[in-house]
Ligand binder design. Structure first.
Ligand code: HEC
Length: 122
């Protein structure tokens, strides 16, 4: 009787912590999407069109960095990790001062909404 209770308690705790981790993961990703990438006046759009200030680019890069360690809501985790790593890296290169067209093009490619969403957005 006691053992069964402990067992049920353990399962309950586990499922609560899994739900919590999912929420946190979603919140991190959603924040980056909404505050960094979404829309015509987003820090991403401004960076790519060359009108963002250095400060805005640095902030964007910092924000994108928070994606490190997030899990893919759906799809292959290794592929997701690769896309995130490319996004972080290409953003950092621009933030570190390389605002040449090829660097911006690579950042734009890594930030391709559809390519990532079609594989990893629920
Ligand atoms: C490297 C992957 C990746 C790239 C690139 C990406 N997204 Fe996302 N985006 C995601 C994932 C994953 C989700 C789903 C998050 C979830 O539901 O937990 C998402 C969700 C969103 C959401 C919904 C956020 C919410 O409130 O739930 C918006 C808006 C969004 N993305 C906009 C964009 C735009 C605009 C671009 C391109 C400029 C973009 N994303 C590029 C991975 C990406």
């Amino acid at each position: 009787m006691k053992i069964r209770f402990i067992y049920i308690l353990a399962i309950a705790c586990l499922s609560i912590s899994i739900t919590y981790a999912d929420d946190e993961n979603h919140e991190i990703i959603a924040k980056v999407m909404k505050e960094g990438l979404k829309g015509k006046t987003s820090p991403l759009a401004k960076t790519l069109s060359g009108i963002a200030t250095d400060e805005e680019i640095a902030e964007l890069s910092k924000l994108i960095n928070t994606l490190k360690g997030t899990t893919a809501p759906i799809g292959d985790q290794a592929e997701y990790d690769q896309k995130i790593a490319a996004l972080i890296k290409t953003a950092e290169i621009v933030a570190n001062g390389d605002k040449s067209q090829p660097a911006l093009d690579r950042f734009e490619e890594a930030a391709n909404c559809k390519a990532c969403h079609s594989a990893h957005k629920p």
